[in-house]
Design a binder for this molecule. Structure first.
Ligand SMILES: *Cc1c(COP(=O)(O)O)cnc(C)c1O
Length: 389
């Protein structure tokens, strides 16, 4: 079966000919080229390619960055989520509550760990999982909640954590789009039992290939749980050829860890660049009727992985911006609960109205750390010319 890649992948490839590209990794890497090449040369000369000192150093750096006691590097964000579910002991028939308005990796992890996903709606204003919907969805087989910090905005964690405490559930954060975001002053990734990150190239912190990480190690997400994740990524082994459990081949490559350490030092500056671009967008577009701009929830620091606006005339506006050679994306155009892959779960159209409306109205505008005020103005002008016509 052929799976079509997410929009980001296609948009990156066409950056060269765009008036304003959707994102611009080439610009980011140009500034880092010497350092990246030096890291590659070190890897070639040490012949240490999988695991080892670079991976351990990155794990220390990233745990520190997330203000989490520990971090385990893995092969992808999807592995991070799947290993988290398995480490938490998901059993066949266990129900895990997740938003439908997300990338499919969130729910794949639940299903592939043996659980059953219960999709719920998102909040109309923030586009993150709606705590009231979560409360209503909790049943006798519910074991966990998987909020997604969508587009770089932390989900509303306090009510979720309180629900989880009262009902004896775990919370695993899908932080794949939110490296460095804060909720009430605290970094995402250290708020739930475990935090899961992706280092896919287009993410706020991206490798030059695939990569991911699980963070945790506090309180009841203590050392045992993170140690189980560590074993799962390496065939379940606790020491060489000693297997108390079966695991996977899910390790982070040393070369990617080295690249990630170089980039991690810039992450706060890059996130500040994204926030600066978001502020320019907000100033330029706030008076366009019919266009709903992203809303930053109180007490959160949004890191704008994506800048997603909403309009009932989405398809026409997308076509207009594409004609103007402005890179755009759709995140996400078809809700997970209505996908063929989940037909057996029995959701009908209309089941999750906020998600379904978001799918038909969302449009992701160009967003990357190096964006200039002139580029934002170019996009804003093109949007305004669409509404004037
Ligand atoms: C990218 C992403 C993932 C998956 O990460 P990979 O590294 O591509 O496996 C999971 N969840 C969300 C919300 C994502 O955006």
């Amino acid at each position: 079966m052929v799976t079509s890649p997410p929009d980001l992948r296609a948009a990156d490839a066409t950056a060269a000919g765009a008036a304003v590209p959707f994102s611009d990794l080439v610009a980011q890497h140009r500034a880092l080229e010497e350092e990246l090449v030096a890291a590659f040369r070190r890897a070639v000369r040490s012949a240490q390619f999988v695991g080892g000192a670079e991976v351990e150093a990155f794990e220390r750096d990233f745990a520190g960055y997330c203000e989490a006691p520990a971090c385990v590097g893995v092969n992808s964000g999807t592995d991070a989520l799947r290993f988290a579910c398995i480490a938490l002991g998901v059993q066949p028939g266990d129900q895990i509550i997740a938003p439908s308005h997300t990338f499919i990796a969130t729910s794949e992890a639940i299903t592939q760990a043996g659980g059953r996903v219960r999709f719920v709606d998102v909040d109309e204003r923030t586009m993150t999982i709606d705590p009231a919907a979560v409360r209503a969805a909790i049943g006798p087989r519910t074991v966990g909640i998987m909020p997604v910090h969508l587009y770089g905005q932390p989900a509303d964690m306090d009510p979720l954590l309180e629900l989880a405490r009262n009902k004896g559930l775990w919370v695993v954060e899908d932080a794949a789009q939110a490296h460095g975001a804060r909720y009430r002053g605290r970094r995402v990734g250290a708020l739930g039992r475990l935090g899961c990150f992706s280092f896919y190239p287009g993410k706020n912190l991206g490798s030059l290939g695939e990569g991911g990480a699980v963070t945790g190690g506090t309180g009841d997400s203590g050392p045992d749980l993170i140690e189980t994740v560590r074993r799962l990524r390496e065939h379940g082994q606790s020491s060489k050829y000693v297997h108390e459990i079966e695991g996977y081949n899910g390790r982070l490559h040393a070369i990617q860890a080295a690249f990630l350490r170089i980039k991690l030092a810039r992450l706060d500056d890059w996130n500040a660049g994204r926030r600066r671009a978001a502020a320019w967008y907000a100033a330029a577009l706030h008076d366009v009727p019919d266009l709903v701009l992203p809303e930053v929830a109180p007490n959160t620091e949004h890191v704008f992985h994506l800048y997603v606006v909403r309009t009932p005339r989405r398809d026409d506006l997308r076509d207009h911006l594409t004609r103007e050679r402005i890179g755009v994306g759709l995140h996400y155009p078809r809700p997970l609960h209505l996908q063929q892959a989940y037909a057996t779960l029995g959701y009908r159209e209309g089941a999750l109205p906020v998600t379904e409306r978001a799918a038909s109205q969302c449009l992701s505008l160009p967003m990357f750390p190096e964006m200039t005020e002139a580029q934002v103005a170019r996009v804003a002008d093109a949007i305004k010319s669409f509404y004037r016509a």
